[in-house]
Design a binder for this molecule. Structure first.
Ligand code: ADP
Ligand code: GLC
Length: 490
């Protein structure tokens, strides 16, 4: 199958969160399974062309845009560890600036930047004389490929048999654009925007809604989230559109790449370990605490270590943490190592806590890939009390590293973490349902009780480490959806 993946983030080149992990890992898995995959992303100013051995393709790409054409150059590389080609759209006007989206509010011209990317991806496929069976778009950034396919591209024999599949990673970012601008940039007739049309939501152009309506099939990143977005406020206003497409919407759980996230081969951790040598985690724990400035005497006083690696946004349950964490720290019942970047108020909270409890709270800021691996290996528990969580990858990394997740049972957390039952010895973590700090507190207390109960603790870690969510299985399920999407074209 010919699969064209277009996204705003692709690991390892450009990453803010889990979207990049998935758009990096899925194409590799499809490539390994024999599919012809091409990945397209912007050439951001932050991508180092030399580091990834990117070479510039000959000539320029002429991209239809806003009723005229614009030029872009294209660089090509291979997704590291694979033969899958990645194409980088270079345009000084749109991408050659620091940052992917722009700080917090986003760049003002994100509509223009990402609609241009969508149009360029179609044009690149044509320039390569390659007809995709599947056009796979991700989140609001490349959502516009779905209406573009149906409105302006399907009449081109090149795309006559291409099916559009749209994957929702997060309903919280919908791409709410000015209608006049969005219709013009996309080369749609502005008169075809009206109240009640497929692009419209609350008077604005909504890229995500448009993709939901125009895609042949829609996927989202966990089965629970697929239900939540249709039937609860997690649909963030698009519930009825999602219900309307309910028979074409499916939740496929994300997976993780074992060549990147496996404690047996992880180059960032002090010693490799496996299920049989899980006791070696203590070496990673000691090393992290040392790196965090704790003295040998302090380290000797063993306390359970909680880890967090996260974007610091309300989504991740930070209000609950602010309400409940300090009492555990003040009573010297646990330590926590946090790596996060995002909203200043949350960064300040952790920095302040760390100043007051330097032996209990370790904080890393900025984006730090090696430290993210060290925290997963070093921690006893992984804390993720999300307000909502489409899937979540970090709890899956935690499981793979024998680190016990303590989570709120929403979205993908509900599909991957199951409460440990001391009677049957089943379950791989600790969960709670209501978004209440008291419930988080009770759950941390339940989790802490098991730490000293050797038989339960050993079993729990084995259960965690035996919960597999590999990308290869996820990739296969996507191919089934792609075949299903193609049915109407065969
Ligand atoms: P989300 O996509 O909502 O941010 P996920 O759990 O799906 O949540 O994925 C987050 C990804 O980003 C993981 O790969 C995680 O390790 C990574 N990550 C988050 N914050 C940082 C950071 N400060 N440094 C390094 N990696 C980070
Ligand atoms: C989003 C979600 C996260 C998910 C990731 C990858 O950023 O917040 O839950 O794991 O996308 O699909």
């Amino acid at each position: 199958m010919n699969i064209l993946v277009t996204a705003a983030e692709v690991a390892p080149y450009a990453k803010v969160g889990g979207l990049a992990d998935m758009t990096g890992a899925l194409p590799k898995a499809w490539g390994a399974a024999g599919h012809d995959v091409k990945v397209v992303l912007p050439m951001y100013g932050t991508i180092d062309a030399d580091k990834y051995s990117l070479t510039q393709l000959e000539g320029e790409l002429t991209v239809p845009f806003a009723g005229h054409t614009e030029q872009a150059t294209v660089l090509e590389g291979k997704l590291p560890g694979s033969d899958v080609p990645a194409y980088f759209i270079r345009s000084a006007d749109y991408y050659d600036r620091p940052g992917i989206y722009g700080y917090h509010e986003g760049f003002e011209d994100n509509d223009r930047r990402f609609i241009f990317l969508c149009s360029a991806a179609f044009e690149l496929a044509k320039a390569l004389n390659w007809s995709p069976d599947i056009i796979h778009a991700h989140d609001y950034h490349t959502a516009m490929m779905m209406p573009m396919l149906k409105i302006t591209r399907q009449s081109d024999p090149h795309f006559a048999n291409s099916a559009g599949v749209f994957t929702i990673h997060n309903m919280a970012y919908q791409g709410t654009f000015d209608p006049q601008r969005a219709m013009t940039f996309a080369n749609f007739n502005p008169d075809e925007f009206y109240s009640g049309c497929w692009h419209e939501q609350d008077g604005a152009f909504n890229a995500m809604k448009s993709a939901i309506m125009f895609a042949d099939k829609i996927t989202t990143v966990s089965p629970t989230y697929a239900q939540e977005i249709q039937w609860t406020p997690e649909g963030m206003g698009l519930q009825s559109s999602l219900q309307a497409r309910g028979s074409d919407l499916i939740g496929l759980l994300n997976g993780i790449d074992p060549s990147v996230w496996s404690p047996e081969i992880d180059p960032f951790i002090p010693v490799p370990y496996s299920l049989d040598t899980i006791e070696k985690k203590i070496i990673a724990k000691t090393a992290l605490l040392k790196e965090g400035g704790l003295t040998d005497a302090a380290i000797k006083h063993d306390l359970p270590l909680f880890g967090m690696v996260t974007r610091l946004t309300e989504q991740k349950g930070l209000s609950l943490i602010i309400d409940s964490l300090e009492e555990f720290v003040a009573d010297n019942r646990l330590r926590i190592a946090v790596l996060g970047s995002g909203e200043k108020r949350f960064e300040s909270y952790f920095n302040d806590l760390s100043r007051r409890y330097p032996n209990n709270v370790l904080v890393g800021t900025g984006y730090n890939e090696p430290l993210s691996h060290k925290i997963q290996a070093a921690s006893d528990y992984y804390l993720m009390p999300s307000k909502f969580e489409p899937c979540g990858l970090t709890q899956m990394f935690a499981l793979a590293y024998g680190t016990v997740p303590v989570v709120r049972a929403v979205g993908g957390l509900n599909d991957t973490v199951h409460e440990y039952d001391p009677v049957t010895f089943t379950g791989n973590g600790f969960t709670f349902s209501r978004y209440l700090s008291g419930d988080l507190r009770d759950t941390i207390n339940r989790a802490l009780r098991v730490y000293k109960q050797r038989a339960h603790w050993d079993r729990l870690r084995v259960n965690a480490m035996s919960s597999h969510h590999w990308i290869s299985a996820t990739a296969e399920k996507y191919v089934e959806v792609f075949q299903w999407a193609k049915e109407r074209y065969s």
